[in-house]
Design a protein around this ligand. Sequence first.
Ligand code: XMP
Length: 335
Amino acid sequence: MKSEEIKATDLNPQQFIAKKIVQISGAVGDEKAINALSGGVDSSTVTMLAHRALGDKLLTYFIDHGLMRQDEPQQISSLFREFGVNVEIIDAKDKFFNALKGITDPEAKREAIVQTFYKDVFGRLVRESGAKHLLQGTILTDVDETLAGIKRQHNVFEQLGIDPEQSFGYKIIEPLIQLRKDGVRKVAVALGLPESIYNRMPFLGPALAGRVIGEVTPERIKTVRQATIITEQELANTPAFQYMAILHADKVTGMRACLPTGKNGNLTAVRQVRDYGSQIEIRCWESIDARTATPTRLHWKILDRLAKRITTEVSGIVSVTYNITPKPPSTMEAV
Ligand code: XMP
């Protein structure tokens, strides 16, 4: 069943917050609830709503699955600790990499992440803490795309006929299910979250695993993470909705400068040698709510810098491309 949409233009954030606080504390009662914070605007907004509703009855975890961007677990946890939210980082890297081993199909990858998150990691946290509820930041766009069969979003269950209590042993509360991204940002502002959070570029639940085509390994995540640092630095000044680096599975023939030295140790002419390497695809999107999107017309100078930096600073990359296809028919992420 789909929830009725509240459009950002019709949303009164303070009324919404007051209503959700009552609903959350009513549903949880005297029990405990847990939630996972990733630092995205959706999970951050749910964390603050639930913190206001439940105080110490809320246990907030940052699941470090090894798929996040550089230093994200530490940065986000310390930011929320400043807001009085006691965030615990859970090291689950081995669990996720083991679950993803050998998988290349996009939907099978998403399913492996879903099962590891909800059954394995949250299942254990719920059992150990005695919590009965999990709060999460599913929004209407996640439900739409899952129901349309485009992508299995990592956080959609009931709308697919899956009962989380039966499958995983706990109830799921979704306070943002009637909103889209623009509405969530308004609520985040009203909750007093900083601009680094309410204007944070969307980042997908499956994290960098969704930006690796083919098998997800620690080495391939390291490669896409390095390309992501450069992409985010170079595109930081564009007003785009979202930008990303994607690691392709196919290798291509490239060449690399080799500086041979002569007999007496002096440098001789630069020689190019064959380098069979990997490819990074850059995407940069204009969008309001992620339902449709168009590629940003980036200046050639920016594209040129991205290509130069990624091929010299990221080991093993010999080719950088830019996606010029709108959504639809493309989707924003590659997996
Ligand atoms: P797509 O690739 O479906 O992305 O065009 C639309 C928006 O959704 C984000 N996205 C996800 N967010 N869980 C999430 O929380 C997911 O499984 C997921 N997959 C895609 C994507 O980053 C974009 O903003």
